[in-house]
Design a protein around this ligand. Structure first.
Ligand SMILES: O=C(O)CCC(=O)C(=O)O
Length: 195
């Protein structure tokens, strides 16, 4: 989408935050398309659907949406993780469309990943409950990550990146889509090879 459209969406979010007295709180970051009609429209946007359809075909469900917001000067971070380790879905045929509402740069904490890590087995995770971790339980992998291999996903406002669930990880929203045959099957943590 255009930068102007992204700015308009960010404006909707900020207007809500102003009305309610500050930054979006707690659970409102999750499954937010059920709270905001404008986000429910974004989830159905043709350009997002077409890109996801190329990967998973036309039968799609929206599994969740999550706001990942790092305010200026905020110590917020996202630990290295694989989404599928704790989403508890029966199959890993899920893709996240990460839509940037602001510019994503290395300086403002853009998302990072390790190339080819989506081909790895599931890696053990632990819950840290770290205070500033944007993940609900501060989930992180229990293996050492080789930082020399990391890549940063920089985006202009309105651009999106697509990533499968075994991906690693400033105002942006992740729209997670699954095939309707996918079922919630309880949280699983399986062993895996270290990177
Ligand atoms: O925005 C980030 O830094 C992390 C996003 C993320 O963890 C995800 O899309 O699953």
């Amino acid at each position: 989408m255009s930068e102007a459209e992204a700015a308009a969406l960010r404006g909707r979010l900020e207007a809500f935050e102003q009305r309610t007295g500050g930054p979006l709180k707690g659970d409102m970051h999750h499954k937010s398309h059920l709270l905001f009609a404008w986000l429910a429209e974004l989830v159905r946007r043709r350009s997002i659907l077409d890109a996801v359809e190329d990967l998973h075909g036309p039968e799609l469900l929206c599994w969740t949406t999550n706001f990942f917001i790092k305010e200026a000067g905020d110590p917020a971070f996202v630990s290295w993780h694989q989404d599928r380790a704790y989403w508890g879905l029966s199959k890993p045929d899920v893709v996240t469309a990460w839509v940037a509402f602001t510019a994503e740069t290395e300086a403002n904490g853009a998302m990072e990943y390790v190339p080819q890590s989506h081909k790895l087995d599931q890696i053990p995770h632990r819950d840290t409950f770290a205070k500033h971790n944007l993940l609900t339980r501060g989930q992180e992998v229990t293996v050492e990550v080789d930082h020399s291999r990391r890549r940063v996903i920089t985006l202009r406002p309105g651009e999106m990146s697509l990533h499968p669930p075994p991906r690693w990880g400033r105002v942006g929203v992740g729209v997670m889509r699954a095939k309707p045959t996918n079922r919630f099957g309880g949280v699983q943590q399986l062993g895996g090879k270290p990177l």
